[in-house]
Design a protein around this ligand. Structure first.
Ligand SMILES: C[S@@+](CC[C@H](N)C(=O)[O-])C[C@H]1O[C@@H](n2cnc3c(N)ncnc32)[C@H](O)[C@@H]1O
Length: 278
């Protein structure tokens, strides 16, 4: 992994840089070139294996955050936002941006956060949409859901609902959501077309997306992204800018944009993605 990484994925930078480990950059480059599976980067890792690696990593992160470790990057949020949140929600902040800066939420709206983790963006959304709105969080990891529900109770939030499920098969009805947000999660999916199709399905016509994610420069092949970092560190599974725009368009979204907001790893950026359902 590059020294330039700002990965907030719990423990990833230290794990990946560990001297002599399969995850260390030099070992990874050699191993991947030889066709080996190194930290889940080889092309023949199945979707089910990727999902399990991701689940295990974030289950561990949730437990560590609940025990008091600071896993992620609460600095993505302004002082006013941090002041509204339980300490445990900030400790478990594992995003790569702040989707609420672009989601433009209004009172009464229904928001869905894909891969809601410890609940940080759900709790902030709940404040913005107010008592007449609802903020839904969706996550596949039991430990994260438990942490998020505890954080919501501590915050006294009554207009939030956390659901267990996969972002490739969202357990909400068609046209039931005004805004889909997500923070550093779509890169983790092994089936991005399914995620985009599901986002489109659950949005009302006119609904919008405001997403933070890791995005690669167009010249990096998927194999090269796998050499830069592993899947569960939010790197190997990242789409390029063109792939993101094409994927959203293929799913029926209009006016898609991908804006790079900061360096994440070699040739990879934290980005804000916007689009709307016509
Ligand atoms: C990098 S963390 C980000 C958490 C949160 N969005 C934040 O900003 O703190 C990724 C989260 O997405 C969840 N996740 C990853 N892949 C998922 C999938 N396919 N379906 C549902 N949840 C998923 C993980 O369990 C984890 O909680």
């Amino acid at each position: 992994m590059s020294d330039t990484t700002t990965s907030p994925c719990c423990g990833s930078a230290a794990d990946a840089a560990a001297e002599g480990s399969c995850c260390a950059a030099a070992a990874r480059t050699e191993a991947v070139a030889a066709g080996a599976t190194c930290c889940g980067t080889a092309a023949d890792t199945t979707g089910a294996e990727i999902r399990e690696q991701v689940r295990a990593r974030y289950a561990d992160a949730a437990v560590r955050a609940a025990e008091g470790s600071r896993c992620g990057n609460g600095d993505l949020y302004g002082a006013d936002e941090r002041g509204q949140l339980p300490e445990a929600a900030l400790r478990a902040s594992l995003g790569c941006g702040n989707p609420l800066r672009v989601a433009d939420l209004n009172p009464g709206e229904t928001v869905l956060d894909l891969g809601s983790g410890g609940g940080i963006d759900v709790l902030l959304s709940a404040r913005r949409v107010g008592p007449t709105g609802t903020a839904h969080g969706l996550d596949m990891t039991d430990e994260m859901l438990e942490l998020a529900r505890r954080n919501a109770a501590e915050a006294g939030a009554t207009n939030v609902e956390f659901h267990k499920g996969h972002i490739e098969n969202i357990p909400l009805p068609d046209a039931s959501v005004d805004v889909v947000i997500s923070n550093c999660v779509i890169n983790l999916s092994a089936d991005k077309p399914a995620v985009f199709a599901e986002m489109h399905r659950v949005l009302h016509p006119g609904g919008r997306i405001g997403i933070s994610d890791v995005v690669a420069e167009d010249h990096l092949t998927p194999e090269q992204r796998g050499v830069v970092g592993d899947w569960s560190s939010c790197i190997a599974g990242a789409l390029s800018r063109s792939e993101y725009l094409d994927g959203l368009t293929a799913a029926g979204f209009v006016d898609p944009t991908v804006e790079f907001t900061g360096a994440y790893a070699q040739g990879m950026h934290a980005a804000i993605i916007r689009a709307r359902r016509p």
